[in-house]
Design a protein around this ligand. Sequence first.
Ligand code: CP
Ligand code: NVA
Length: 330
Amino acid sequence: MNLKNRDFLQIMDFTPEEIKYLLRLALEYKAKKQKRIPHREFEEYNIALIFEKSSTRTRCSFEVAAHDLGMGSTYINSNNSHLGVKESIADTARILSGIYDGICYRGYEQEIVDELAEHALVPVWNGLTNEAHPTQILADFMTIKEKFGRLKGVKMVYLGDAHYNIGNSLLVGAAKMGMDLTIAAPKEFYPTPELIAECQMLAEQTGAKLRFEEDIQKAAVNADVLYTDVWVSMGEPEEFWIPRIKQLAHCQVNSELMSLAHEDAIFMHCLPAFHDLKTATAREINLKTGIEEMEVTDEVFNGEQSYVYQQAENRMHTIKAVMAATINKI
Ligand code: CP
Ligand code: NVA
C-alpha cells in the first residue's frame, strides 16, 4: 500500500482497502505508544497546522503525533498569519511547501482546503471543514473496530444534525466500509440528495445499508452504536441555537434511547459535547431556554456505554497514521 504524497481531504477519495490500511497502521502506533516504544521515523521533517476555527483534540493530536514521529510543528491561526488577508491560499500553499513536509488545514468551506491541496507540493490533511471531518471518521472507525472487531455490518445510528461535517463524513465512511448506518433526524437535517445518491451507489458495491429515518426511537432499536454531534456547529450563526433546539430536542441521546439499542451498544460523539452546564455556551443557552442537557444527557455521556474518551484518544493514533502514510519520506 503506497499513500505517499496523497492528500487527505475527504473519505470519498480513499478505497476501503486504503482505509483499512490506515486503521491497521493506527493500531500499530497505538500499541507502540502504549508500550513507549520510540517511533521517531520522521526526524528532520516538519508540519504546519493552519487552524481558522478552534480545536482541542485535532490540534493536540497533530502536535503530539508529529512530536512522537520526531517531527517539528508550527501552529498558525487567522490572527497570527497573512492567510487570506495579505496572502492568497495558493501563495501560502507554495510557500509552506518549501518549509514543511505536510500541512493540516481546519477552516470553513471545503473549497479552501481543496485549493490549498491543489497548490501545495506536500500532502494536505483536512482537519475539519464545514462539509467534512475525515480524520475524525478514522478515529471513530478505529474505536468501533476495537469494540466490535469489525466494521462491516455494524449497526450505527447517527442522530441529530446530519447535514454538516460529521454526518456527511460518517455517511461516506459507512458506505465505503459496508456498515449499516441509519441517519435519524428530521428530513431537513439529512445530507444533500447528491451525497446520499453517491453513497447509495457505493453501498451497492460494498453491501452497506444506508437508511434515513425520522422516527428516532424506531431507528435506535438494536443499534450497536448511537452517535451524535452538537446541534450547532462552528461557523454557524449563534441565532441558530434556539430554532435548532426546537427542531432537534427529540433526537437527544438519553438513557431511554440507549435502552432501545443492543445491550452491548456504545455511545459515541466527536466532541465537544453539551451534556451539562459546565461551559459558557451551555449556561448562556440555559438562561435563554431552560435546557440543561442538549444532544446527550450527562448520564449517558458519563455512563458505562460511553466510548467518547477512547474515541478522542484514537484521534491522535489515526492522525499519526495519516501523516506517516502520506508524508513523502525519502
Ligand atoms: N472532534 C474534534 O475535532 O475536536 P476539536 O474541535 O477539539 O478538534
Ligand atoms: N460539527 C462540529 C464538529 C466538531 C468536531 C463542528 O463543526 O463544530
